[in-house]
Design a protein around this ligand. Sequence first.
Ligand SMILES: [Zn+2]
Length: 346
Amino acid sequence: MLYRQRTLDLPHGDVETPILLPVRNVGKRSSDNTPEYVGTIPDLPTAMINARSIYQRAPMWERLQEGVTLREEMEVPEDTIVFADSGGLDFDPTGPDITPAEMLSIQRHLDADIYGTIDIPLSRENWVEENHRRVRQNIEYAIQTSEKHREDDASLLFASVHGYDPETVRNNIQHLEQRGDFDGYALGSLSLIRTDYKKTTRLILAARRATDKHLHVYGLGGITYLPLLLYLGVDSFDSSAFIRNAGNRNYLLPGFGGKELHNIDHLDYLPCPCPVCGTRTLDEIRVDRNLLVRHNLWSMVTELRRFRYIAASDKDVEAYLDLRFQDNEVTQRAYRAAKQQVRRLV
Ligand SMILES: [Zn+2]
C-alpha cells in the first residue's frame, strides 16, 4: 500500500497529512453556507476556498482590501489552514479572465497557505484536440506562476495538473518538475470520471509514481473515495460531498455510503455517536440541514481517523478495505483493480 503520513509546514501552522480540506463556499452567492466546523472538529483546521469566487464578489473583495482578513470573513480562527485554488471550473473554457501573476497576488492577499495554479479543467466531451490544448495551457499557466512565486513567500505552490490518460499525467508532472519549482501537485478533472473508478485510480497512481512530492486530488474526497485515496498514497483532498449530500438529505455513514433520510423509519436514534447525532433523534436531524452537514463532515473525519488507526496499530489495511468495499459491487471491483496495480508497484 502507498498510504503515507507526513507533516506539512505551513505559514499558519503544521498539518499532519493525509488531510481533508472541506470546501468552503465563501464568496459564492448561496444560502447554503458552510456551518461552523473549525474548532469543533479538532483534526480539521483546514479549508478549501475558491479564489475566483472571492475576488468576483465585490463587497467581500472590498472588505478584504480594506484590511478585513479572509479568516475573519470566514469566521474561523487566524490559524486556520487555507488552500486557495484558482476556481478553474468557473472560468470560461476558452481562457481565464486573469493572468497567473494576478491570480498569485490574489491568493497572497487572501493569506492562503497553499496556492493552486490557474487551470482549465478538461471537457466532459472527450474532444481530444481541445483537451490537448487545455493540458498544454495548464502547464504553461503553472510555469508562469512558478516564475512569479517569490522565494520569500512561505506559502506552498501546487501545480494543477490535468490529464486524460496516465501517460499524460506522468509526462506533465515530469515536465513541470524540470521547468518549474513546485512544492506539490494537484490532480484535477477527476470528478468528470468519478464513476469510472478504474480509470480514476490509474490516473492517481500515475501521478503518485511521477513524484514523491505532496499530491493533492481536487474534488474527489467523498466518503466512498476517501479510503481509496488514502490507500493510493494521496496526501490531501478536498470535498464538498458533505454539503451536497445534505442538500439531497443524504446521511453519510462510513462503509454504507449515503442513505436518504426519508427512506428510514421506525428508528428513534441514528447509528452514529458523533457530537451531532449522539444525543439527537432521527426526526431532529431529518429536518435540520445544518445538523446533517455537520454530521456528514464528522462521518468523513471518522473514516479518516479509522484509517489512521488501522495504519498506526499494524492492522492489515487491505483486509480492512476488503471489508469496507464489500457492500458495493462497483467499488469492490475498483478496489480490487487498485490493489493489483498497487501490489505491482510496491
Ligand atoms: Zn453523526
